[in-house]
Design a protein. Structure first.
Lengths: 316, 286
């Protein structure tokens, strides 16, 4: 297993370097001078030149990059021009909210998606399967901001059961905290379960045609035992990968959902940075999110190897 | 009534025929939205930015067929003009991705070697950024305009289309007809354009349509956040965001653009999925 991780590691480094390079280049190469943007209507050529020098923007691009990456490696993502807050600590401070949101959402998606996937696979082609497959297909066309509006309308405006916006810190009030997460997490989860259901369903249909399942049936094992014990684990490989890959989508969704429901997570930090043109925070969040995404996918790759030994021995 | 009878009759028949009906309904919806968007200037609509302050949040009526929003602007007119933005960006951005992605994917799948490593590597880097986050970052620097948003979303659609093109090219590159063409003295350019391109066109078009659906959603998300096409130009995402404040009094202000957008995205997904299924013989495959 360690050897497998070691073999994969060399792929990780160039991707991470390229991610920092691209994050840097987006900021450095695109039109729009940071100094001019910061000075806004006070921008005179002298002031711009002075500020550019102060921020190191007049150095050659390569040096700027190396300087910036050097800081990043040491955990220095720069400081917000507006508040002076270090970007990394701003991110880490808001990370728990985003992580809680994503875990909650993934949980909702799994709770809906996995049973439905199994049920559809058991009678594939039946009425229930056709209904759920179409529903899942339809749900995939519903963007997060749309389901958010519907959920707010039903549960906050009409039924008045849950708060439409607002956030209660976990250490203040656990119930209040969970309540403030229900609608945001449900919004994200509603977009996720169809993906999980479709993946599990199609893998499960394939697994249920294997000989050893017929053998288990012939031995008279209980149907639910066959499904949950014999068929689920080998069918969950793609599910694990897709869960990992979808974290990227989930982060994009979290940006929207945190903004809609006013949750103080990384996504809201990003949007706030964009509104206030706080480029250091923006760059920091983009780099952080992309790096996290690459690392998570690396871990998922590893997990894939744990679930299916053929992969780590290079025979799949 | 005759039309209704026909519909009921068809719905009761086999799943395959029902699938075909749904497919054509989806095509029809796309056609309606597209022609409304193209003909918007000639349609008898009030201006999308004209405010009827005496009729704010009005329900459907003779003056405003679908009612008005919180500023008294005609919702139908805003939907039609919003379709222009959604479809312009939704179609042109993936086209940009299609041209670049198909080009890179075909070259990578045909020549293999270092070129393939380079292409696959660059795609992996681009895929390391969550699409919405990357779109937000780029548009922040470029500025919000239809052109800039189209370019940004076009870049975002490159990786997926490159992958499809590369995978499809690889399945055909070793086939006998390519070997035969080569034996007849065809150069690389001719093989790529005359032998391979026609064969991978269908999967590419299918994924292009799926990409259109995704891009319409991402554009909607940008507009919803107020970071898409700047107002007063109407856009579906922006309309949904504005309607949010009136959810308690006039929910239709948010639900009408949401419904329109949903149907449009669903229609592109359905048509794309149908075409993709044609090229992928596995039943029920993803």
């Amino acid at each position: 297993m360690l050897g497998f991780a070691g073999r994969r590691l060399p792929y990780l480094v160039p991707v991470l370097i390229a991610v920092t390079l691209l994050t840097f280049l987006i900021a450095a190469l695109l039109p729009g001078d940071l100094a001019v943007a910061l000075l806004a209507d006070q921008a005179t050529p002298e002031k711009v030149a002075a500020l550019r020098h102060e921020m190191g923007l007049d150095a050659p691009l390569v040096l700027q990059y190396l300087h910036w990456v050097g800081g990043v490696v040491e955990g220095d993502f720069g400081r917000s021009f507006r508040t002076g807050e270090p970007a990394l600590s701003a991110i880490i401070q808001r990370l728990p909210v985003t992580v809680e949101l994503m875990l909650f959402a993934e949980l909702i998606a799994l709770v809906i998606g996995v049973p439905l996937g199994i049920l559809c696979a058991v009678r594939s082609g039946g009425a229930f399967d056709r209904l759920m497959t179409s529903t899942a297909f339809g749900m995939l066309s519903v963007p997060a901001f749309m389901s958010a509006i519907v959920l707010i309308f039903v549960f906050a405006v009409r039924l008045k059961l849950l708060p439409a916006t607002g956030y209660v810190p976990l250490d203040e009030d656990i119930v209040g905290n969970l309540r403030s997460f229900v609608l945001p997490a449900a919004t994200l989860g509603l977009g996720e379960w169809p993906v999980l259901m479709r993946v599990l369903r199609s893998d499960m249909i394939a697994t249920l045609q294997e000989d050893y399942i017929a053998m288990a049936r012939a031995k008279g094992l209980k149907p639910w035992r066959i499904l949950l014990v014999h068929a689920l684990k080998p069918s969950s490989l793609t599910l694990v990968t897709v869960t990992g890959i979808n974290i990227g989508r989930l982060i994009g969704g979290a940006v929207l959902v945190e903004t809609i429901f006013a949750l103080p997570g990384i996504g809201r930090l990003l949007i706030g940075a964009i509104y206030t043109r706080d480029f250091v925070i923006l760059q920091g969040v983009v780099l952080f999110v992309a790096t996290a995404f690459v690392l998570i996918n690396f871990v998922v790759d590893m997990l894939y190897g744990v679930l299916d030994p053929r992969i780590r021995h290079g025979r799949a | 009534m005759a039309a209704l009878d026909v519909e009921v009759e068809q719905a009761a028949t086999t799943p395959a025929r029902r699938g075909r009906l749904v497919f054509w309904l989806a095509v029809a919806w796309i056609a309606i939205v597209a022609s409304a968007a193209i003909a918007a200037d000639w349609l008898p609509l009030t201006s999308p930015s004209e405010m009827d302050l005496l009729a704010r949040r009005a329900g459907p009526g003779a003056d405003h067929w679908l009612g008005t929003d919180a500023l008294g602007r005609d919702i139908l007119s805003r939907l039609v003009f919003g379709a222009r933005i959604s479809l312009t960006i939704g179609l042109i951005a993936p086209m940009l991705g299609l041209v670049i992605g198909a080009g890179m994917g075909m070259l990578a799948g045909y020549f293999r070697g270092w070129l393939e490593t380079l292409v696959v590597g660059s795609i992996d880097v681009l895929l390391a950024f969550p699409p919405l986050v990357l779109a937000l970052a780029i548009t922040t620097y470029l500025g919000q305009s239809v052109l800039n948003i189209t370019i940004t979303l076009g870049i975002l659609s490159i990786p997926a289309l490159t992958r499809v093109a590369r995978a499809a090219t690889m399945t055909f590159a070793e086939r006998d007809f390519v070997t035969a063409a080569r034996a007849l003295g065809a150069g690389h350019g001719r093989i790529l354009m005359r032998e391979l391109l026609p064969n991978i066109a269908l999967p590419l078009i299918a994924f292009f349509l799926l990409a259109v659906a995704v891009i319409i959603v991402v554009e909607g998300a940008l507009s919803f956040l107020g970071l898409g096409v700047p107002p007063p130009t109407p856009s579906w995402g922006g309309m949904i965001a504005e309607g949010r404040d009136s959810l308690d009094t006039a929910p239709s202000i948010a639900f009408l653009p949401a419904g329109t957008m949903f149907l449009t995205v669903l229609a592109f997904n359905m048509v794309g999925d149908r075409l993709r299924a044609l090229t992928d013989p596995r039943p029920g495959a993803l």
